[in-house]
Design a protein around this ligand. Sequence first.
Ligand SMILES: [Zn+2]
Length: 633
Amino acid sequence: MRAHTLKESVNRKIEKTLISSMNTDGDPCEDFYEYACGKWGTFHAVENKYHEAISLVDYFTNKEIARYLKFMNRENKPSFVLKAHDYFLSCQNLAVYEPLEYLKRLNFYENLNMRSHHRRRLGVKFDWLRILAVMRKYGLNGIFVEEITLQRNDDATVTVIDLDKPVKNGGFQLTDYDDLKLLIQTLRRPMHRKSFKDLWDQINAFEYRLKNLDLLDDPEGNILIKVKELSMPWLKRYLELVVDELNPEMEISIQNKPYLQKVFKLINEYEPGFICKYLELCFLWHLNVEGPPNFTLEDCAGSTRTLMPYAMHWLFEQMHPELVKEMREIHKMFEQLINHFSDSLKNNTYNFDYEQSQFLLNKLSNIQLKVGNLPRVNTEEKLNVFYKDLVMNPFDFYGNHLKLLKFNTQTMHKRLNYRISRDVDEFFYLEGSEIGFSSSPYFVQRANVVIVPVTSLQLPIYHPEADDIFKYSSLGFLLAHEIIHGFDYTGLGVDYNGNLNNAQLEGLVNNTRFGRKMHCLRYVNPAIIDEKIADVSGLRLAYETYFKMHPEAHGQIRYMHGRPYDVEKVFFLNFSQFFCGPVSNTLVDTKEHGLDRDRVRDALKHFEEFSAVYFCPRGSKMRREKTCQLWRR
Ligand SMILES: [Zn+2]
């Protein structure tokens, strides 16, 4: 018998996972998610460590990086890697988690007058606004006011500060009773049951009043003004404290002014001492959530990825030169998808006028792909410069964590002063904490760039040796999904330069047939119409591109573990398994994309080829007589 080649063994492994995760007792025409994913949890034997493909990849990536950092030889390493290593060591060296240490350091670094540092609080003047601003510098956001940076509507290369009411993740969230209890416990300051109850009542009543302000109308909407024209002195002072060397001539965007006026009034009805106590608790909770969950080696590696993403992207590429070599392949795959989509657009099934067609084609041909979010010219040197002001101490976790949070906020503000390059090789995108940590590809709408983290080029998502059927049904679908984001409801309002163009969007949606399809998809799940469009049309794009490249595969049989499967079925199974999770987890709703189970069902239900391949009878749940498809030939 001849030895298996690497290619054979990789594809066997994929087939084994595929077959072992299925529940063949399920009916593919009734619930394809159950059929494709029913045994995924048992096969992967997970215990809360990961719950679908992306978190599985992240978990193993963290483990691998942790092992590497634990035994890393520091000789000849660039300084930014040594800094990341120091942070990792400080996390690993931490014996007991004492969150109050954060407040002690913050007090010291910023010369703050915080409430927790006064035994006798009478007669002390608490400056809640300064404390709020300082905490913002250390990453706290969305308490009373949300301060972010965004691209100017009319010029995507210019970044401005945006002040708004809390809107991220569905807006301001009331503190959870159990979370507060947990937080107080970690402080290791015994609290009487009655005093805890009093504290909870106070916070709860205050937050209810805050939350009520959400209902205020914003007749003016988003407006652009100069800092010196800001009519609310408290916000002006807040900005001066948050942004170093604030230029009064600088333009900022502001939204929800009525809210911002009312919230200031509301806060001032309370004792400043109470507001400061509230802020301290919010800050500690923010550190608790943002920090490593259990200080295991994997958690520490994950936290290093979160806080120093570019250093870790670089390190991962050093550890995996074979994946760096694979970048060209990913670019080819991307081009195939773009070409196929371009052909579909040229068919112009909706009869868009010349200008509209040009708008779409122009946007498509200007979408760029960036594999690995790093500058590709003088990478090491650029990263050394980027991290140059950072000083880490391998024995001071709290100090390091705070310094990194401040560094990341400052970096965001530094980008206010220069124009963003359109050259994806020159540049790298600033990633928020959730993004730096995650292996999920994403689309930067205002830059018209799809970013693929190198860590996503691993199983079960990708393998250089995997057959095209596996590549296109998994990473291919993810790329297609991100490309379609440029052409979803939000995406159509942005032109190829990343500038907003609402007139264009209205014109497209006014096309009766196109508008009807859009409406049909909105009906599937109104809260996440963009995601539905990206899933439904992304699946079609990936599927058609694969079969266009492999016309011979249509009607072919692939034997997996001795059992015959139509190649089309293999495509649908592997696509679905990207979303598989343990049964207990299928009800966890991700705000952004909706339930994984529904993502699989909705995408397949609206794809006629699916029910045809499975011979789903009329009336079965996975077959719809009328499907909603926005982008098709
Ligand atoms: Zn998406």
